[in-house]
Design a protein around this ligand. Structure first.
Ligand code: 16G
Ligand code: MG
Length: 555
């Protein structure tokens, strides 16, 4: 084990005291808060990610972003050497370190992480300092430079080197860290970024080679949320234009990050983002979030006297399209390659019931439901040969097992479906959900099927749904089970919810969960009509308010 200079850690820590009223905890996807509070958290995450790198003997990554949150917030996501997210058994240690009150507590907490290891499996892995470093990436928030300095100080306190990857999307960062630890490690992080674009775009070009441009000329209007995605999309616009995809970029940085734009806004509010022109019916549009790991498509369907109807093609629709396409390809494989391939679609309780029925009843694929958060879906997807996972909010990807990829590689020369599946596995960023990769995937599948947006939308019709959020004094009092579909505490709340649901037609449902990213409780409902869904959500919200100590206006 490396000799750690704990005196240096103590001294470095003293430059980054935790604000006394700030009690950070590792949320759904890392730490997130108002940026002015986060210097100590970033310093300590620097310590943690350096410790993790030393224990694993490999390079880990740290991404500074608060995704779709307002511009004054920031946050941090920690990345494993294989490009996945920090393992869940490290989350309590991350929280404990971030919450230490004194520099001595920071030293003690770090010492405990390094000497006992958080789990036995990480304890005995040899360190190999010198060849490992921590990789840093960040989005375009103005607070990033100061937070970066704090994180660099944390890594340096453990004597570990760092590489500044620069402005990147979160999924690019996951890909770069994965590349950095691969046997064919790139010469620089810049080269790793080029490999990212070459891998995804190269595979897209092959998938659509020789196919006619879509009837609308291949135009795709993209809302970049004034986030870091725009910075990279402009660089590949020309190349993709040659492959028949004309990306027209909006909200590229002239407005405020995520303000009335971005995937979260479009998905939750069901409106077109600010800055968009008046849309022609069924023109292809999509929206990514601030760090470009979420994607939703949208369009308008004709106009009525009340205005145009917005159509949202969310993560569930992307998952359904992808699963249908993959299933078709798998059917074309010879038995020797494709007879026993296990395919699963992983969703959360937020998945629209119509999408679940479509996957189960039309595609005849198995569906698994996990709690909210990419880390749960990603983990579940690993237990299939092809694990297709998406959250309704647009986070998702597909994982292909190493064994399946080996079989496909053997068959690709003689079987075009095997070749196509291999190309799909390259278009898709398998380290994490990726908006840019998602765009190439959707565009390739639509082109291969010669489908319009309206045909894609017609796969199934969404059940009317409603989401509301409310504030309670302590959202931790609300605990849930069964992949968040049942409320355990406060005692009696689930009984009330069940009684309310029973007043609505069969197929109606509702659930409640505490948010992992904001101080709020979320209520979701589905029912045969929009009025019923609204009404049910509102009544369940009232029950939560009364039983869990609501604060502010009652729903
Ligand atoms: C984060 C999660 C996302 C989840 C969302 C839920 C990642 C990379 N992102 O954005 O998966 O759907 O939080 O937010 O894990 P909530 O807990 O506030 O509803
Ligand atoms: Mg995001």
């Amino acid at each position: 084990m490396t000799n750690i200079d704990y005196v240096k850690v103590f001294e470095s820590s003293s430059a980054f005291p935790r604000p006394s009223s700030f009690c950070p905890s590792y949320g759904t996807a890392g730490f997130r808060a108002d940026a002015s509070l986060l210097l100590s958290t970033l310093f300590r995450c620097g310590l943690l990610v350096a410790a993790r790198s030393l224990l694993l003997g490999k390079s880990c990554g740290l991404m500074i972003t608060a995704s779709h949150n307002q511009v004054s917030d920031n946050g941090v996501k920690l990345i494993e050497p294989d490009g996945s997210m920090l393992p869940q058994d490290w989350e309590p240690a991350a929280t404990a370190l971030a919450q230490c009150s004194t520099d001595q507590e920071v030293v003690d907490s770090l010492r405990s992480i390094l000497t006992t290891g958080v789990s036995a499996s990480t304890l005995n892995t040899p360190s190999c300092e010198g060849i490992l470093s921590v990789l840093f990436g960040y989005d375009n928030r103005p607070s990033a430079p100061d937070l970066l300095k704090a994180a660099v100080a944390g890594v340096a306190a453990l004597g570990v080197q760092h590489q500044d990857v620069g402005f990147v999307t979160t999924p690019m960062m996951h890909f770069v860290v994965h590349q950095w630890n691969s046997p064919c490690r790139p010469a620089s992080t810049h080269e790793a970024q080029e490999t990212y674009f070459e891998t995804l775009i190269g595979a897209f070009e092959q998938l659509v080679e020789g196919l006619p441009r879509p009837p609308d000329g291949g135009q795709l209007l993209i809302d970049c949320a004034n986030g870091v995605g725009a910075h990279h999309l402009v660089k590949v616009q020309q190349r993709l234009w040659s492959a028949g995809l004309q990306m027209v970029l909006f909200n590229t940085g002239d407005g405020q990050l995520n303000m009335e734009c971005g995937a979260d806004h479009v998905q939750k509010e069901r409106v077109a983002p600010t800055g968009f022109p008046e849309l022609k019916p069924y023109s292809r549009c999509c929206s990514v979030d601030g760090d470009a790991d979420r994607l939703v498509y949208f369009t308008v369907a004709g106009s009525t006297s009340e205005g145009t109807t917005m159509l949202l093609l969310d993560g569930d629709k992307i998952a359904s399209l992808t699963a249908a396409f993959i299933k078709d390809l798998l059917k074309q494989l010879p038995d020797s390659v494709g007879s026993d391939i296990k395919v699963g679609v992983i969703q959360t309780a937020y998945a629209n019931g119509a999408s679940t029925s479509y996957v189960k009843e039309q595609l005849l694929l198995s569906v698994e439901c996990t709690p909210t958060g990419v880390k749960y879906l990603h983990q579940a997807a690993h237990s299939y040969d092809v694990g297709v996972y998406w959250e309704a909010n647009g986070h998702g990807t597909v994982l292909f097992s190493a064994e399946l990829l080996r079989r496909l590689e053997k068959a690709e020369r003689v079987c075009s479906a095997a070749k196509d599946l291999l190309l799909l596995s390259k278009v898709i960023n398998q380290t994490v959900g990726d908006a840019f990769s998602g765009i190439l995937l959707v565009e390739a599948v639509l082109r291969r099927k010669a489908w319009s947006l309206s045909q894609w939308d017609g796969l199934y019709q969404d059940m009317p749904s409603r989401q509301i959020k409310l504030k309670v004094a302590d959202r931790a009092l609300i605990t849930v089970e069964d992949a968040e579909r049942k409320c355990v505490t406060p005692a009696g709340l689930q009984k009330d919810i069940d009684a309310l649901i029973s007043e609505y037609p069969a197929g109606s449902r509702a659930f409640v969960r505490p948010s992992g990213t904001e101080d709020a409780v979320r209520v979701y409902s589905e029912a045969p009509t929009q009025e019923q869904a609204n009404d049910l959500a509102c009544r369940v919200g009232k029950a939560v308010y009364l039983q869990a100590g609501g604060v502010g206006p009652m729903p």
